[in-house]
Design a protein. Structure first.
Length: 86
């Protein structure tokens, strides 16, 4: 069944179709401009910087939460010692 469909499709196409398609694709191939390369580099750098800033903010907030919890424990222990000394 498939071989008949393939043969029918092949009979509808001209033999040089693949060569014409590749030639047309190659003729339209353009190298990226300096400006587009610079813009892509700038966007990539901005995305990386944004990721670093977000990661740093997250880590800083986590460190602040850990430090605050530790200080609360220290303050509670100091208040217990102070209340016991009375």
């Amino acid at each position: 069944m498939w071989s008949r469909w393939r043969a029918l499709a092949a009979s509808c196409l001209r033999p040089d179709l693949a060569d014409r398609v590749l030639a047309a694709a190659r003729s339209r191939l353009e190298l990226p401009s300096y400006g587009s390369q610079l813009a892509l580099s700038a966007l990539t750098a901005a995305a990386c910087l944004g990721a670093v800033i977000l990661f740093h903010h997250h880590e800083l907030a986590a460190a602040d939460a850990r430090n605050l919890a530790e200080w609360r424990r220290i303050v509670a222990a100091a208040e217990d010692l102070h209340a016991g000394a009375r």
